[in-house]
Design a protein around this ligand. Structure first.
Ligand code: PMV
Length: 351
C-alpha cells in the first residue's frame, strides 16, 4: 500500500569512502566498468547525508555541503536523481533538501564521490521504502549499490563493511557490472588493515577522473589493461584468503603504478605525480626490503599516497613514518584511517 504523505519526512545515513586495491579505470555506457575492481571500505573518511522530502508537484532539490551551497556538486546530484527516478518514483513528486558533511578535507586524495553518492543513494532508497510502507529492514544493498554506481562508479563499492568487489569476474560469485558484492572468506590479517593517507599535494587535479576514464577508450594498452586487472583480481582474491602481506603489497603497488602509467600513455598523456610522490614510493620500498617493515602503497588518480600496513604494526611503523615520511607531506599532513564496517543509519523521521 502506498502511503499518502503530506508532511516532510527525513532519512539520514553515514557512508564511507573506499580504497581500491585493484583499480576501476575506464568505463562504458552509464558507469559500467571495463574491468573488475576490489576495494575495502574506510572507517573514518565518511560522508553524512540527510535528505528531507516534502511533497511537491514540481520535484526539485537543494544541496549543501558543510552548510554551504555547492554548485559544483549540483550537476552530479541532479544526474543521480534523474537516473534514479525510474526506480524511486517519489523523486519526481517531492522537493528534496539534501545536506551533506564530510569528515575529511576536499581534494585530500580520499574519494569523496564514493562516500557522498553512496550516502545519497541510501537516503533516497530509504525514503522510497517509507512511502511504500515497507519494513525498516528491507533495504536491498545490491539495489542501493546499483543506484550509487549511477552517481559515481566507485560509490557502488561503499555499501558494505570490509572487502567488496565490483565488475564481472569468473572468480567472484554473483559479481556484476551493475552493482558491487561483499567478499567473504577474507583472512583476519586483511580485516585489520590500516591506511595512512599522505597529503602530498592538496590542489585540485588538472585532469579529472572522468576525463581519465574517457581516455581509456581507444587507449593503446586498453586490452592489456583489462587482462591485467582480471589477472590481478584473481591473484588478490587468493592473497586475501591466504593472508600473505608481501604478495598483497606486490599487487597493490603494481595496480597503483599501472594506473599512473595508463595516464601517462593516454593520448593526450598527462602526469598527476609530484616529485615527493616518487620519493615516498622509493622510501616505502627501501624500508620494506632493507628493514623488513611491512608497509606498501596504493594511489588513486592523484599525487597523494595511501600507505597500507597491518594495524598491529602501527607502533613499529610510527617512528619511520614521523621521521622519513611526514616531512615529504604538504604541511606535514597525514590522515589516519583503517578498514571499516560500512554504512550506518543515523536517524529516520517516519510519519
Ligand atoms: O568513481 P570514479 O569515477 O571517481 O573513479 C575512481 C577511479 C579510481 O579511484 C582511480 C580507482 C577506483 O577503483 O576507485
Amino acid at each position: 500500500m502506498i502511503n499518502n504523505r503530506t508532511q516532510e519526512f527525513t532519512a539520514e545515513w553515514k557512508s564511507p569512502s573506499n580504497l581500491a586495491i585493484v583499480k576501476y579505470w575506464g568505463k562504458r555506457a552509464i558507469q559500467k566498468p571495463l574491468n573488475p575492481s576490489i576495494s575495502f571500505s574506510l572507517k573514518n573518511a565518511v560522508t553524512t547525508t540527510r535528505v528531507s522530502a516534502r511533497p511537491s508537484k514540481q520535484g526539485g532539490f537543494t544541496f549543501s555541503l558543510d552548510g554551504n551551497k555547492k554548485d559544483t556538486f549540483n550537476a552530479k546530484v541532479a544526474n543521480l536523481l534523474k537516473m534514479a527516478a525510474s526506480t524511486l518514483p517519489f523523486i519526481d513528486t517531492h522537493h528534496l533538501t539534501i545536506e551533506s558533511s564530510n569528515t575529511f578535507p576536499h581534494s585530500s586524495g580520499i574519494a569523496s564521490s564514493a562516500s557522498s553518492m553512496s550516502a545519497l543513494a541510501l537516503c533516497l532508497t530509504d525514503l522510497q521504502r517509507m512511502i511504500n510502507n515497507e519494513s525498516k529492514s528491507s533495504l536491498d544493498l545490491q539495489v542501493v549499490s546499483e543506484l550509487a554506481r549511477l552517481g559515481s562508479g566507485s560509490a557502488a563499492r561503499s555499501l558494505y563493511g570490509g572487502w567488496t568487489a565490483w565488475g564481472e569476474s569468473t572468480a567472484i560469485a554473483n559479481s556484476s557490472d551493475d552493482y558491487a558484492v561483499k567478499l567473504s572468506n577474507v583472512h583476519e590479517n586483511f580485516m585489520q588493515i590500516a591506511n595512512a593517507i599522505l597529503i602530498i599535494e592538496p590542489k585540485t587535479k588538472k585532469v579529472s577522473s572522468s576525463q581519465g576514464h574517457a581516455l581509456m577508450n581507444n587507449h593503446a594498452f586498453g586490452e592489456a589493461r583489462i587482462k591485467q586487472a582480471n589477472d590481478n583480481s584473481l591473484q588478490l582474491l587468493e592473497v586475501l584468503k591466504s593472508g600473505d602481506w608481501n604478495k598483497f603489497f606486490d599487487i597493490a603497488e603494481n595496480e597503483a603504478l599501472s594506473l599512473h602509467a595508463l595516464m601517462m600513455s593516454s593520448n593526450p598523456g598527462y602526469t598527476l605525480l609530484h616529485p615527493n610522490t616518487l620519493k615516498v614510493i622509493e622510501e616505502v620500498r627501501r624500508v620494506r626490503l632493507e628493514e623488513n617493515i611491512p608497509v606498501g602503497f596504493s594511489m588513486d588518480a592523484g599525487p597523494n599516497v595511501h600507505l597500507l600496513y597491518p594495524k598491529n604494526e602501527e607502533a613499529n611503523i610510527s617512528p619511520w613514518l614521523e621521521n622519513n615520511i611526514r616531512p615529504l607531506c604538504h604541511q606535514q599532513l597525514i590522515i589516519f584511517d583503517e578498514i571499516g564496517d560500512g554504512p550506518e543509519k543515523i536517524i529516520t523521521h517516519e510519519l
